[in-house]
Design a protein around this ligand. Structure first.
Ligand code: CP
Length: 315
């Protein structure tokens, strides 16, 4: 695929997907298609960001996002520096502001931040001059996850308009659901949410979605189902009477797929609780895109790092 080499990238930070125009979203996806090819080469490294430095500031656990940002930056020849809560002065009580100013003093080109507080990435973006990339803040947003989910679906669908996606599970605590609803709706995908009422966010009636409580009805005729992790660490006690009861009503099983369109695609942002959110056999099914999502994460994050670190210059 040919990249549009005349595109001028203006944004300093990536905080959420609603800051992106449709044209900018598609430009990220097209750029990721270009970078995906690099990931298939024997030598998976290009000099594009040589001499640039990226701090990976992960104050919450991560496997996929952290590793894929690290690999993405290194494949573009940028240097990466990882900072986690454990082993950093955050553990001694240093504030987010002082940690951020300390990092800024070392003059990185970008800080990729994951934090349990919604708004943490915005807080840094207002105080620091380097690019701030949100890698997940509380339950607010996870823009690169939504972009990679979009990328993964486009590889199979080609067109978004006329497609229907069911997002299933713990919507209330999910930044992935929030960013995906915004992004996929803006591209013309119809979204259904399916969860018990205790796992739906306040104000969901104002979201551009259809809400279901019955999984068999929610998956009827859909093109894809995205299962979400039950975020027990963010839940107050009492939202669910019993985990087994939850699984019996909301765990995606093969009987549900029979009601969806033939060849329905199965997604999960990970990490998965097999047998709670998704039957193990479906996680490993031929129509499961779960590992495609992980692979797309590297290409999409290469595109994001490239665009945000070379902004205002001809790509
Ligand atoms: N999808 C996702 O954010 O996974 P990690 O928590 O492993 O980064």
């Amino acid at each position: 695929m040919e990249r549009d080499t005349r595109f001028i990238w203006q944004h300093k930070d990536l905080l959420d997907v609603d800051q992106l125009s449709r044209k900018e979203t598609l430009h990220i996806l097209d750029s990721a298609t270009y970078f995906k090819e690099i990931n298939t080469r024997a030598v998976k490294k290009v000099p594009t960001l040589k001499g640039r430095s990226v701090v990976l500031f992960f104050a919450e656990p991560s496997t996929r996002t952290k590793t894929s940002f690290d690999i993405a930056a290194k494949r573009l020849s940028a240097d990466t520096f990882a900072l986690a809560k454990t082993g950093s002065s955050l553990q001694k009580g240093e504030s987010l502001k002082d940690t951020a100013l300390t990092l800024q003093a070392m003059n990185p080109d970008a800080i990729v931040i994951r934090h349990n507080r919604s708004g943490a990435a915005k807080f840094l973006s207002e105080r620091l001059s380097c690019a701030i990339i949100n890698a997940g803040d509380g339950r607010h947003a996870h823009p690169t996850q939504a972009l990679l989910d979009c990328f993964t679906l486009r590889e199979h669908w080609k067109e978004f308009r006329g497609r229907t996606l069911c997002i299933l599970g713990d919507i209330a605590h999910s930044r992935v659901a929030r960013s995906n609803v915004k992004l996929l709706c803006s591209l013309g995908v119809k979204i259904r949410l399916c969860a018990p009422s205790t796992l739906l966010p306040p104000g969901v009636e104002n979201w551009p979605v259809k809400v279901y409580h019955d999984l068999s009805q929610a998956v009827r005729g859909v093109d894809a189902v995205m299962c979400l992790r039950l975020q027990l660490e963010r839940q107050q006690a009492g939202l669910l009477p019993d985990l087994r009861e939850y699984a019996s009503r909301y765990c995606l099983c093969s009987e549900h797929l029979d009601k969806a369109k033939p060849g329905v695609k199965i997604l999960h942002p990970g990490p998965m609780n097999r047998g709670v959110e998704i039957a193990s056999s479906l996680a490993d099914h031929d129509d499961s895109l779960i590992l495609d999502q992980v692979a797309a994460g590297v290409a999409v994050r290469m595109a994001v790092l490239f665009l945000f670190l070379t902004r205002s210059k001809e790509a």
